[in-house]
Design a protein around this ligand. Structure first.
Ligand SMILES: Nc1nc2c(ncn2[C@@H]2O[C@H](COP(=O)(O)OP(=O)(O)O)[C@@H](O)[C@H]2O)c(=O)[nH]1
Ligand SMILES: [Mg+2]
Length: 336
């Protein structure tokens, strides 16, 4: 539970406007300004100053909101930090956020300066100064347009992260494709598993939840990751697998003794051995799925994801194993 305060850390990202959108918002608000004054000149002066103030404040607060809303990468739980590294270049992200911060400061100074000058001006030059202020605010925002675009991109990428809650204990389901992993997640989940994009594969991860007493667990299928030999992994997949070591409290390895999945049992056992060595400290339980089809007798608890037979019993066996190790038991590691 040590990550409780990072609950859903990256999903509440600020929406990022592009330069045009931001200027429309700022000048649109400024256009609604009204002003009073003892005479016509004073009213004109106050109105121009109010417009510059509102435009400046809108730009400044929007830019500051963008910077503040981005998760500080250093403070993310390790699992997310590793995934974020896959998705966005942290150094670039820092530069873009720095540029936005700078533009917010400049906006505040510029608006203050023009308001002062407008306050001292007369007649024709009031409107001239207001126009000049708008022009300079526009150029400033346009100057950080590429940074705003890059942040929009980063936001899009970060939003694709699966909604894994680092505060919950997590069971990861592994095994070759078509052995019944997604079916298992469905069978044991209360409610419908959520389907989310995984950043490192075109496949989609399914995340389910189940409760034992007062504790809520999450269970996830990891398509494209723990479902084939590690030898041909690219760097991104290896990093994603290593990220899993931070969230996996227990692993269920599904065998398909019927081989209707299309993979010989021998290959499935090799993958099992590989995953055991990747996560030596994580309790792992073997299940022999598709028992309803009556395949050969093998190691593991015989279950049927499709019919839901013995799935709860199997899950409880793993949970008992976790409890035996105690919370935060042996350190986890992965070396893909
Ligand atoms: N007969 C039978 N079929 C199953 C069982 N579990 C999964 N399947 C079928 O196997 C296929 C692959 O299942 P799926 O859950 O998508 O496997 P995954 O690729 O490991 O996620 C689907 O057609 C399922 O209906 C089972 O216990 N018994
Ligand atoms: Mg699946």
């Amino acid at each position: 539970m040590v990550w409780g305060r990072f609950r859903r850390p990256v999903f509440e990202l600020p929406s990022v406007l592009d330069a045009t959108g931001l200027l429309d918002k700022a000048f649109g608000r400024a256009a609604k300004a009204t002003a009073t004054g003892p005479d016509r000149i004073a009213r004109a002066r106050n109105l121009a100053a109010a417009r510059v103030r509102i435009a400046g404040q809108t730009i400044e607060s929007t830019l500051r909101g963008i910077v503040k809303g981005f998760p500080s990468l250093d403070r993310l739980p390790p699992f997310y930090r590793e995934l974020v590294d896959i998705l966005v270049d942290a150094n670039q992200l820092k530069k873009h956020l720095g540029a936005i911060d700078w533009a917010a400061d400049r906006t505040a100074n510029m608006a203050r300066d023009y308001r002062r000058r407008i306050g001292k001006s007369e007649g024709h030059s009031i409107g001239e100064l207001r126009k000049q202020a708008y022009g300079r605010l526009s150029s400033l925002v346009e100057q950080v347009g590429p940074d705003l675009e890059a942040l929009t991109e980063a936001r899009r990428a970060l939003r694709r992260l699966p909604e894994i809650d680092p505060a919950l204990r997590t069971v990861v389901v592994a095994g070759y494709p078509n052995v019944g992993k997604s079916s298992f997640v469905r069978a044991v989940s209360s409610g419908r598993p959520k389907i989310a994009d995984y950043p490192f594969t075109t496949k989609r991860v399914s995340i389910g939840h189940f409760d034992r007493g007062v504790e809520r667990f999450q269970i996830l299928d990891t398509p494209g990751l723990l479902d084939r030999p590690m030898a041909k992994r690219n760097a991104m997949e290896r990093q994603a697998i290593s990220a899993l070591s931070h969230v996996a409290d227990g692993i269920l390895f599904l065998l398909d003794p019927t081989e209707t999945c299309g993979y010989p049992l021998d290959d499935q056992r090799k993958l099992l051995a590989e995953i055991r060595s990747l996560f030596p400290a994580v309790p792992l339980l073997v299940l022999a799925n598709k028992a309803d089809l009556g395949g050969p007798r093998t190691e593991g608890i015989a279950v049927s994801s499709l019919h839901g037979s013995r799935v709860t019993k199997a899950l409880d066996a793993l949970l008992a194993e976790l409890t035996n190790r105690g919370p935060g038991g042996a350190p986890r590691s992965a070396g893909p």
